[in-house]
Design a protein around this ligand. Structure first.
Ligand code: SF4
Length: 360
């Protein structure tokens, strides 16, 4: 299939197969990957899918799932004169307490720098020996290994003015939280391609064994996504539920053991707060105690912050698939990509941003 992934004829065949397998049966599938969100919109798939298929965009955008209390920690650190906050650009516009974002904090004198990788943040630390550079680690199993490698590098090179504020999240516990919530009513998951390159298939086994829902790892071309949906429909048609890999050119059944090893060396699994999903047991990563020196929470004695949710923003309901972005009263009115109210409109991988940019 690799050579023909852009072939419209192949996509039409897959669409016909999907319709035939479903026989008009409803299918509410959720993807939990910001890249899938954008790929589905960009490929125009939503308008081509059979009418009975409902696409839900779940908690797959790293910026979107970062909890208000974690965003408040960014501001707490940015306020400190001895700190340089080194962050990815998409966090700059996420509204924090009082609706202000890090761009505002920067304009008011906070030292906030945009970096393209955690290694860039470490370089910034070397260049600024009089300050501590803090990197907010936001994202899933995909981005965390690079952060872990940077912590090991800082330790090996004796760079002591570098710290990580770990807000990393783990995808499988979030899937379980969604499945356990009767309001979510998800029939099947399109599993994230990138995260699965690290995890492999085993961590998703509970989706099929305990919740009897099909779950298929998908790539990012339109034909990849349609192929995965056909596999989901075939499982439903034959009364099965299994975890399948429809992206074997990138995802191995056993994932990437080396990446998982570095995660286990540097991080410990902890409870984490997700926007929309709340506190989920064992769904986050915090630095192991032997790396306390590089843990921004320990280093600056950060106390848990109870941040106020953003008034009027329904990002939490959007991330759970309870409403579509257009059902938020602020969508396209008070909240646009140029003037976002919530994080789902900030990030290019956010559902609200995708709905706004690509239409319905
Ligand atoms: S449209 Fe804006 S305010 Fe509404 S849920 Fe999306 S990001 Fe939040």
């Amino acid at each position: 299939m690799a050579e023909t992934l852009h072939d419209p004829e192949l996509c039409h065949k897959l669409l016909a197969r999907l319709a035939a397998l479903l026989h008009g049966r409803p299918l509410r599938f959720m993807e939990v990957c910001g890249t899938h969100t954008v790929a589905i919109f960009r490929g125009g798939l939503r308008s081509l899918l059979p009418e009975s298929v409902i696409h839900l965009s779940g908690p797959g955008c790293p910026v979107c799932v970062t909890h208000d209390s974690e965003v408040a920690e960014f501001f707490e650190l940015a306020r400190r004169p001895d700190v340089i906050l080194a962050t990815f650009g998409d966090l700059m516009r996420v509204p924090g307490p009082d609706g202000r974002c890090l761009k505002h904090a920067q304009a008011e004198g906070a030292r906030v720098e945009v970096v393209y990788s955690p290694m860039d943040a470490l370089t910034l630390a070397v260049q600024n020996p009089g300050s501590t550079v803090v990197f907010p680690g936001v994202g899933f199993e995909t981005t965390a290994p690079a952060v872990a490698a940077t912590v090991l590098m800082a330790q090996a090179r004796g760079i002591h003015n570098f710290a990580v504020l770990s807000c990393h999240k783990l995808v499988p516990p979030a899937l379980e939280a969604l499945l356990a919530d009767p309001d979510c009513a998800i029939d099947a998951f399109l599993l994230p391609g990138h995260v699965s390159t690290v995890l492999g298939l085993a961590p998703y086994a509970f989706v099929a064994s305990r919740y009897h829902r099909p779950a298929v790892v998908a790539g990012f071309e339109p034909a990849d996504i349609l192929d995965a949906l056909c596999r989901i429909a075939a499982q439903i048609d034959s009364g099965r539920a299994a975890v399948e890999n429809a992206y074997p050119r990138a995802v191995h059944e056993n994932g990437n053991p080396k990446a998982r090893e570095i995660l286990e060396t540097v991080f410990t699994v902890t409870d984490a707060r997700w926007r929309g999903l709340g506190l989920i047991a064992q769904s986050g990563l915090e630095l192991c105690s032997r790396f306390d020196e590089f843990n921004a929470r320990k280093r600056f004695d950060l106390k848990p912050i109870e941040a106020r949710p953003i008034p009027g923003c329904r990002c939490g309901d959007v991330l759970k698939g309870r409403i579509s972005p257009t059902e938020c009263p602020l969508f396209g009115r008070a909240c646009t990509p140029a003037k976002p109210v919530g994080p789902c409109m900030v990030s290019t991988e956010g559902s609200c941003s995708a709905y706004y940019k690509y239409g319905l």
